[in-house]
Design a protein around this ligand. Structure first.
Ligand SMILES: [Zn+2]
Length: 156
């Protein structure tokens, strides 16, 4: 398992925890090279991650397809491939943290939105408008207003 910071291949496990469904294990690792810590998720290979769509159909999780959708949302935005990689890793970590091999497509969409919102708000709105299928302009406007809310309590 390569260290994401310095690419050293040696790390030692400092903590292991089985996740809720018992189908995956979260491990905290410490890199032997640089001493930094990172998290890995281990799960049974059989079947891999399945996506359960809204209509109940199942499909194998396809990171390439998801990446393509994210890339479309990021068209002409100043976001590099490495940042997209990092975003996909965070989404996958979210999915594995669910502790089940069958994840609802909504969980994927919401996870992408959460991380995209931190990364690039324009791309976030683009992705949200496709994913959430905004019914009308009012709904889109509310979403945009939500982005502009100050982090703390309102000043007025
Ligand atoms: Zn390292």
């Amino acid at each position: 398992m390569k260290c994401p910071y310095c690419q050293t291949r040696d790390s030692r496990v400092i903590d292991s925890r089985e996740l809720s469904g018992g189908e995956s294990i979260r491990r905290r690792r410490e890199c032997v090279g640089c001493g930094r810590r990172f998290t890995t998720y281990e799960r049974v290979e059989q079947g891999g991650l399945m996506v359960v769509k809204k209509d109940g159909r199942r499909q194998e999780y396809d990171p390439a397809k998801l990446r393509q959708k994210i890339r479309v949302a990021l068209t002409k935005r100043p976001i590099g491939e490495q940042q997209i990689d990092a975003l996909l890793q965070r989404v996958e970590a979210d999915l594995l943290a669910l502790g089940t091999l069958e994840v609802p497509s909504t969980a994927i969409g919401e996870s992408v939105l959460r991380h995209l919102r931190e990364l690039d708000q324009v791309a976030y709105i683009r992705f949200a408008s496709v994913y959430r299928e905004f019914a009308d302009l009012d709904e889109l406007r509310r979403e945009l207003e939500g982005l502009e809310l100050p982090a703390g309590p309102a000043a007025n």
